[in-house]
Design a protein around this ligand. Structure first.
Ligand code: NDP
Length: 332
């Protein structure tokens, strides 16, 4: 991490790829820990929030200038001095963006139980943090009833695409938005009843025609939240998952908050880590098998090699990613 951005992160400036350091894989001291080889890393929208001045508090720690950025990843143990982790074990946890690293705090990692033989990429997407986000918050807050109407934003992304499929499974009519015609096509393929490109079609007009909405899954905030408040049904549930429209620019001032009172809307903001202990077991029981059987579909946007991480981070912020963004650092 090289420089705190003011707007969008700039590849090669905000973050730089640095090949100057090496690790002696045979002899690097393990100090009771283990040496990991990174296989896949996740690129998520919240990484932008970590590119801030460390004095500003938030729900996830700021990146340290001059240090590698970090995020969820999957790797394989190369050597180990910890009896709980053997060479060849695959683990999921928080990885520095490095090809290899020594980990001494094993508690932050869990062994990957890949009984459905899924590609490792999936464990940072639908079977990782974004999937857990969709699953846990839908179960906790949607209070979904068959025949109701849900509106899902960034519906072609890692979180949104799973939310669409969870809502359809619960028997709701799903309206979904995304920022390209290709994404609209994918949202239809995974079951959205009404899918539209918010850049070429007005959200408020679609919602006026297809609503009112009972459940709103908000990944974007801003004007879209305003349109959803206008189109909300009485006693609607708003699940506030993210507000990516303001991650790189000044937030849009939502003007119609009084709808919350008048329509008795229930608004739930959340951070996935808080819900996880309650839903983790059910998540791992249900979701991997549904992915393996093809019942739940997913789309990935794969970048090969750590060199492309800066571009991938920017693409997710700009919306030019075409699915769950992952970096494949090594195949095995
Ligand atoms: P996605 O794969 O959906 O990628 C982000 C997408 O956001 C882009 O592809 C783009 O899609 C959309 N986007 C970017 N800029 C804008 C904008 N200005 N206005 C509207 N849409 C925009 O990411 P995830 O599925 O990983 O994350 C989705 C949301 O969920 C994010 O807001 C994220 O912060 C949040 N989140 C929250 C968690 C929590 O614990 N609360 C945990 C994980 C994620 P498009 O082409 O459709 O514009």
């Amino acid at each position: 991490f090289n420089e705190i951005p003011t707007g969008y992160p700039v590849p090669g400036q905000t973050t730089v790829y640095d090949a100057s350091q090496t690790i002696d894989l045979e002899n690097v001291p393990l100090n009771g820990g283990f040496l990991l080889k990174t296989l896949v890393l996740s690129i998520d929208p919240y990484l932008r929030g970590r590119m801030r001045d460390a004095s500003k508090q938030s729900y996830s720690p700021a990146f340290q200038l001059g240090q590698p950025i970090s995020n969820y990843g999957v790797g394989v143990v190369v050597r180990s001095e910890n009896s709980a982790f053997q060479a060849g074990d695959h683990v999921y946890g928080h990885f520095p963006f490095q090809e290899y690293f020594v980990q001494t705090q094993a508690g932050a990692f869990r062994k990957v139980d890949n009984k459905h033989n899924l590609p490792w990429n999936v464990f940072v997407g639908a079977v990782g943090m974004p999937g857990q986000t969709a699953y846990a918050a839908w179960k906790e807050y949607a209070n979904a009833k068959k025949g109701e109407v849900a509106f899902v934003t960034t519906g072609a992304g890692a979180v949104g695409s799973l939310v669409i499929q969870l809502a359809k499974k619960d028997g709701l009519k799903v309206i979904a938005s995304a920022g390209s015609d290709e994404k609209v096509q994918f949202m239809k393929e995974i079951g959205a009843d009404v899918a539209f490109n918010y850049k070429t079609t007005k959200t408020s007009e679609v919602l006026a025609k297809e609503g009112p909405i009972d459940v709103y899954w908000d990944n974007v905030g801003g004007e879209t939240l305003e349109a959803a408040l206008e189109a909300a049904n009485r006693h609607a549930r708003f699940i506030e998952c993210g507000m990516i429209s303001s991650y790189n620019q000044t937030p849009y001032a939502v003007s119609n908050l009084m709808n919350i009172v008048a329509k008795e809307i229930k608004i739930s903001g959340f951070i996935v880590g808080t819900l996880l202990p309650k839903y983790q077991e059910a998540f791992y029981t249900e979701i991997p098998s549904m992915i393996a059987s093809g019942e739940f579909k997913l789309k990935e946007d794969v970048t090969k090699g750590l060199e492309g991480a800066g571009e991938a981070i920017l693409a997710v912020q700009k919306g030019t990613n075409t699915g769950k963004s992952v970096i494949v650092v090594a195949d095995q």
